[in-house]
Design a binder for this molecule. Sequence first.
Ligand code: FAD
Ligand code: UQ1
Length: 448
Amino acid sequence: MLKHGRVCFSKSRYQSVDQILGFHSRNYSSNNVSRKSCELLVLGGGAGGCSIAAKFVPKLDKNAVIILDPSDVHYYQPMLTMVGAGVKKVKDCARPMSKVLPSGARWVKDSVYEFEPENNTIHTKLGASISYNYLLVALGLQLRFDLIPGLEEALTDPESGVCSNYSPLYAEKTFSVLQKFKEGNAVFTFPNTPVKCAGAPQKACYLSEDYLCRNGKRNKANIMYKTSLPVIFSVKHYAEELVKLCKRRDIDVSYRQELVKINKDKKEAIFKLLDEPEKVIEVPYSMLHVTPPMSSPSELQNATSIVDSTGYLNVNKNTLQHQIYSNIFGIGDCTNLPTSKTAAAVAAQGKVVCNNLLSVMRGEKPRAEYNGYTSCPLVTGYGSCILAEFDYGLKPLETFPIDQSKESALMYYLKKDFMPSLYWFGMLKGRWNGPQVFRKIFHLGFGK
Ligand code: FAD
Ligand code: UQ1
């Protein structure tokens, strides 16, 4: 029996951003038809869902692909880091969903509510049922700002000094907090849950530190990076450089500390010491950049027959096929793939999902294998970036024939100016499968 709990803070927030931006839905299927069916049902029209739908539309009959997503807006989330630094605006990250989804697919503007995998059917929030021959689950992550008492109240107060690049609602506030900063502690947090783009909390910290330097306020600021993790970054090759960078720039890094409460009126953040769980510390702040706890979407967590014990879609880590239901595949942040959750990882997973789903459709075994490739452009300042790329074994898998653990201006401009086009015109059109081809060329055919 599937459960029906709904705790989806992030979705309602996203819809209000849609309204702020003035994007209105059009060109989507009517929801008053209560039963639909299709060859391929794609749950989620984000980075993974949109790119896979774009790959399959030309291969299948017209209207054979249905994409289910409630959001009017598709966000290029990696750009939110640059929004927080004042380099871009939220409107630069946003496009109407109707314009990015492939035109040969049917978009149903609704949310999955309940799964019935044994009958190849899902049920939606608005009461429709959709049956499928094949299912792709690409639901992303749910932001849980609500789990930290005082956080939502502080985020919506323009004078609180509390901000977050993780939501399009608050990313521009990061820059306004920086502009208003006079003196005191600037604190950056990393929660005690899996997150998307595990480098983004650090990027916010480095860019803010650079901003304060360039604006003559650095000597009045005490910069603190407080992470729940025991290390600054999971891959040693990059972690060593990042630790040196923090020392050089006088960024005070504390490990195994989790933000558990905000006292907005006293401008105090309460952290739990994870290795001494009975202890908390109170940290006064002038600026507080929060990376919220995250989880897989509630609807997915409730579908106990298709998720693992942590609530993520239970897929084979190499083939991306579901561990129990052979006609279900997963991609991206909502899966239990043991790699860092990024759009770059999704791009590399896309080719594997496409090849393996086509094999299964032909009655063959899935043979393509994903190696865990993921990438995180760790922006370290206005004009510098460390481009981390690695695999399941946490071994560097670098595209360019240089040591990418060193800060580079080229990687900064690649991230700021090239990646957005690669995303909108390559990845979302189903044409970008990650940099493997270039890695092989740059490493004269010897790269993995
Ligand atoms: P998403 O792209 O989040 O898409 C999920 C979709 O599912 C959404 O459209 C949502 O509306 C929909 N959905 C949710 N619930 C339901 C439901 N019940 N029914 C139907 N649809 C639903 N990655 C990089 O590679 N490089 C970076 O530099 C980088 N920086 C980042 C910085 C920030 C601040 C953030 C927030 C992310 C960053 N990422 C980066 C991560 C990247 O954006 C994600 O990993 C990527 O978008 C994941 O793709 P996805 O398809 O799994 O999920
Ligand atoms: C990437 O493929 C990708 O998806 C489009 C990103 O998200 C925006 C990235 O941040 C990165 C770094 C990659 C990897 C691409 C190259 C060229 C190294």
